[in-house]
Design a protein around this ligand. Structure first.
Ligand code: PMV
Length: 353
C-alpha cells in the first residue's frame, strides 16, 4: 500500500470583535460571537502535512516546527483527529473499494513561519491547517463551515482561519455545538484596500494561556457580563461597517472592542496583564495619528487591536498604511531592516523614512 499524503496551509486571523470566554469548555462553545480578518497566506501562516500508511507503527505522531509533541487522545488535537477519522470511516462504509485510511496511523508535521504562542494566533492557523490537511487526506466532502466546527474544538479561534477575508464565528444556541461555526461575512476582494501591520512587541511565549485566562475571566469577572450585553450590537455594527466599507466605523469598533477585552482581563481575579508599556505607547501613537487625521480630514487613519499578548495589529487602508508604518518606525525604531511587504515605502529601507 502506498503512503497517502496531503499538505494544507492556513493563515492567521486577527479578531476585531474578540472571543473571550467559553460557555462549554469541552466542546469549546463561546460566550459570545466574534469577527475577524484573515491575513494573507504569504505572511503569517501554518503549513501542515499529514501522512498515513498501513505500515506505520501504531499510534499517531505530530511534529510542530520540527519538535515532536505528544498527541493525547482526549486532548484538543486528538479530538480533531478523532472527529475527522469518524467522518472518513463513514465515507469508507459507503464505498467498499476505498482504502481504509481511517484505520491507519498518522504522521503530521506542522510549521509556523512566525513565533509560536506569542499572541499572534498561532493556535488558530495551526489547528485550521491541521483540519484542512486531514480533510484533504481523507477526501472529505464537508463544507468549510462544517469543518470549522471541528477546528473549533481544537482551538476556538481556529474555526475562523478556515476562511479568507472577513469571518464571523456565530456562537450558536445548540448544546451539541453543531451551530457554533464560522462563516464568511465578506471576501478579501470586497475590501482589498484593508491592510494589517503586525508590530511584534515581544516574540516570547505569553504568560497566561488563552485557555486558563478565559476560564479565570468567566469565573471571576463581573465586567464580562456587561461585555456580553455589548457584543451582539457590535457584531451587527461591524458587519455593516464591512458591508459598506466604512473604515471610520471599522477602526473605532476594533479599538473599542480590544480595549473592552483588555479591561475584562484586568477585571479578572487575579488580573491578567497582556499589554506592556510598549503596547500602551503604540495605542497612544495610533490615537494621536487618528486625532491629527480627524482634524485634517474628518476621518480616522488606523485602528489597533491586541490579542492575548503585547503584540499590536494595526489595521489601515492602502492609502494610509505608509504614513502609519513611517510613524511606527519613527517612534519605535528597530535595528533589523523593517520589511516593506506592501511596497509602500517607495523602495526605501524603512530606516530611511
Ligand atoms: O482560540 P484561542 O483559545 O487561542 O483564543 C483566542 C482569543 C483571542 O485571540 C484573544 C481573541 C480572538 O477572538 O481571537
Amino acid at each position: 500500500m502506498p503512503t497517502y499524503e496531503a499538505t494544507s496551509t492556513a493563515p492567521v486571523n486577527i479578531a476585531v470583535i474578540k472571543y473571550w470566554g467559553k460557555r462549554d469548555t469541552a466542546l469549546i462553545l463561546p460566550t459570545n460571537s466574534s469577527l475577524s480578518v484573515t491575513l494573507d497566506q504569504d505572511h503569517l501562516r501554518s503549513q501542515t502535512t499529514s501522512r498515513c500508511d498501513e505500515s506505520f507503527e501504531k499510534g499517531d505522531r505530530l511534529w510542530l516546527n520540527g519538535k515532536e509533541e505528544a498527541v493525547k487522545a482526549d486532548g484538543r488535537l486528538g479530538v480533531c483527529i478523532r472527529e475527522l477519522r469518524k467522518m472518513r470511516s463513514e465515507v469508507e462504509q459507503g464505498d467498499e473499494k476505498l482504502p481504509k485510511l481511517s484505520q491507519w496511523p498518522l504522521r503530521i508535521a506542522s510549521y509556523n513561519n512566525f513565533p509560536t504562542a506569542a499572541g499572534l494566533a498561532s493556535s488558530a492557523s495551526g489547528l485550521a491547517a491541521l483540519v484542512a490537511s486531514l480533510a484533504q487526506l481523507y477526501e472529505l466532502p464537508q463544507s468549510p463551515s462544517l469543518l470549522s466546527c471541528i477546528a473549533r474544538q481544537g482551538s476556538g479561534s481556529a474555526c475562523r482561519s478556515l476562511f479568507g477575508g472577513y469571518v464571523a464565528w456565530r456562537e450558536g444556541t445548540s448544546s451539541d455545538g453543531s451551530d457554533s461555526l464560522a462563516e464568511e461575512v465578506a471576501s478579501r476582494d470586497h475590501w482589498p484596500e484593508m491592510h494589517a501591520l503586525i508590530c511584534v512587541v515581544s516574540d516570547k511565549k505569553k504568560g497566561t494561556s488563552s485557555t486558563s485566562g478565559m476560564q479565570r475571566t468567566v469565573e471571576t469577572s463581573p465586567l464580562l457580563q456587561h461585555r456580553l450585553t455589548l457584543v451582539p450590537g457590535r457584531m451587527k455594527e461591524m458587519e455593516s461597517a464591512i458591508a459598506s466599507r466604512d473604515f471610520d466605523a471599522f477602526a473605532a469598533l476594533t479599538m473599542a472592542d480590544s480595549n473592552n477585552f483588555h479591561a475584562v482581563c484586568l477585571d479578572t481575579s487575579p488580573p491578567i496583564f497582556y499589554l506592556n508599556d510598549v503596547s500602551r505607547a503604540l495605542i497612544g501613537l495610533v490615537e494621536e495619528l487618528n486625532r491629527a487625521s480627524k482634524e485634517a480630514t474628518g476621518h480616522l487613519i488606523a485602528g489597533y487591536t491586541f490579542d492575548a499578548g503585547p503584540n499590536c495589529v494595526i489595521y489601515a487602508l492602502e492609502g494610509n498604511i505608509a504614513t502609519v508604518i513611517r510613524a511606527v518606525q519613527r517612534y519605535f525604531p528597530t535595528e533589523a531592516a523593517f520589511p516593506d511587504p506592501f511596497g509602500v515605502l517607495g523602495g526605501k529601507e524603512a530606516g530611511e523614512v
